[in-house]
Every structure is written in C-alpha cells, then in structure tokens.
Design a protein. Structure first.
Length: 103
C-alpha cells in the first residue's frame, strides 16, 4: 500500500524546510452523511517528525483539523542526506510512517 504521507524536506544552509501533505479523512464525529447519520470520529491524534532519531516537530491533534492536512515548518540542525522520519497515529489505532532524505 502506498504511504498516506507526501513529504519534501530541503536544507538551505543551517535551515531545513519541511512540507508534508497527509491523506486522512479527519472526520470530527459531528458531521452527518447523506442519510442523516453521524459519521464517526476518525482523526489523527499525534504527528511526529524526527531527524536522525531526534524529534523536531510533534503535534497533538483533535477533530478540528481539516481533511488531508498540510504541514509546513522549518528547523535547524540537519544537513543534506539526513533522514527525516514522519509518523502519525489516529484515534482508531491507524498509523503510517515514511522516511525521507533531506535534499
């Protein structure tokens, strides 16, 4: 199965810029379907970015985050060729992870 995470990490000097797009329904549990029945909550609870084994960005999310979330941030301390591991877990015990090389 293909990863639900698409990521681009680019080092420019001592700053690394990260952009990630995650495919996930992010259902809040408050929306009804066409039949008027509530769609059960299904959302990412924790999102983690780690560079060379050290967390550089951790987000604790809830049902208020939109579908297919996009994350962009930058950090110091990485260089081209380093590994960036991205992982998430959701409220239904779902998870995904991917490792990308910083370019």
């Amino acid at each position: 199965m293909a990863s639900s995470i698409r990521v681009r990490a680019t080092a420019n000097g001592d700053i690394t810029e990260v952009q990630a797009l995650i495919q996930h329904p992010m259902d809040s549990g408050f929306v009804k379907d066409a039949k008027g029945e509530i769609i059960p909550a299904h959302f990412i609870q924790e999102l983690t970015f780690a560079c060379n084994g050290k967390d550089v960005f951790v987000a604790d999310w809830g049902p208020a985050v939109s579908k297919d979330p996009y994350v962009k941030f930058s950090f110091k301390g990485a260089k081209k060729g380093d590994d960036l591991k991205i992982s998430w877990t959701d409220n239904k015990s779902g998870s995904d992870e991917i490792t990308a090389k910083i370019s």
